[in-house]
Design a binder for this molecule. Structure first.
Ligand SMILES: [Zn+2]
Length: 248
């Protein structure tokens, strides 16, 4: 058994018994992996802080029969959302759960890891509203997974003058072609602009805009319905957001 070093983020952490901890790491090298951290609950053990959720760094692991074992970690960043606000903690938990849903062991997850890291930086900075960060993250994650519709042209005729979003068709339409589809929604021009920006902006400028309440409401409506239609999983952390943060 050879020890290896991976760079990644703790996306979930669970105590096992009195002293140990099982974590899930999203890594640059190995995708999503489960790892066991012996003694990580004992006070004074250096793994206590390194194995908390939202911790980013280098992890020294060796493979076992069912999972890896973490022996040491060099933490480069811990995002302390609990201290910042409970809302941010809920959003960050949901983002981790969603990242876990879309990743597998030995599948390249470096884009998603980077997106998660940038999203966490945005949550910590307060420059953009938490609720908007969540929707930017969702769409960008869909984009990485090839599940975001083409928002730059009408699917039917290729016209770039897109006006409608079709949840059921997983696509966008121009004015003429939308006439044949009763299920599509006319988008506010700013909603289309927002979706196009999310799809095309470089990662370091992704979280750099704001939207009006009206634009946010439509973005939320389209995104929620789109994800509900195509996601086959019930996210625990999403219930927390819906019950504790979103009251409208
Ligand atoms: Zn068209």
């Amino acid at each position: 058994m050879t020890a290896e070093t991976v760079m990644g983020m703790v996306i979930s952490s669970q105590n096992i018994g009195e002293t140990d901890r099982r974590i899930v790491l999203l890594t640059r090298e190995k995708g999503k992996i489960a790892a066991f951290a012996r003694g990580a609950v004992k006070p004074k053990n250096p793994l206590v802080s390194a194995t908390q959720p939202f911790t980013f760094g280098e992890f020294f692991i060796y493979p076992g029969r069912d999972s890896y074992t973490v022996t040491r970690a060099d933490v480069s960043k811990h995002f302390d959302f609990v201290r910042k606000s409970l809302d941010k903690y809920y959003y960050a938990s949901y983002m981790c759960e969603l990242a876990g849903y879309y990743t597998r062991e030995n599948l390249d997850a470096s884009d998603i890891l980077l997106l998660l890291y940038r999203s966490f930086q945005a949550l910590m900075s307060d420059a953009v509203e938490d609720r908007l960060i969540r929707y930017i993250y969702e769409w960008r994650l869909l984009l990485i997974n090839g599940e975001m519709p083409d928002v730059f042209k009408c699917r039917k005729c290729g016209n770039e003058n897109v006006t409608h979003f079709s949840v059921s068709g997983q696509c966008t339409f121009c004015e003429d072609c939308a006439g044949h589809d009763d299920n599509s929604d006319r988008m506010l021009p700013s909603v289309l602009h927002t979706l196009r920006y999310i799809a095309a902006a470089p990662l370091d400028r992704l979280f750099s805009f704001k939207v009006s309440d009206e634009v946010f409401a439509q973005l939320k409506d389209i995104t929620d319905r789109y994800l509900e239609t195509y996601r086959r999983y019930d996210f625990n952390s999403l219930h927390f957001i819906e019950e504790n943060i979103i009251k409208t």
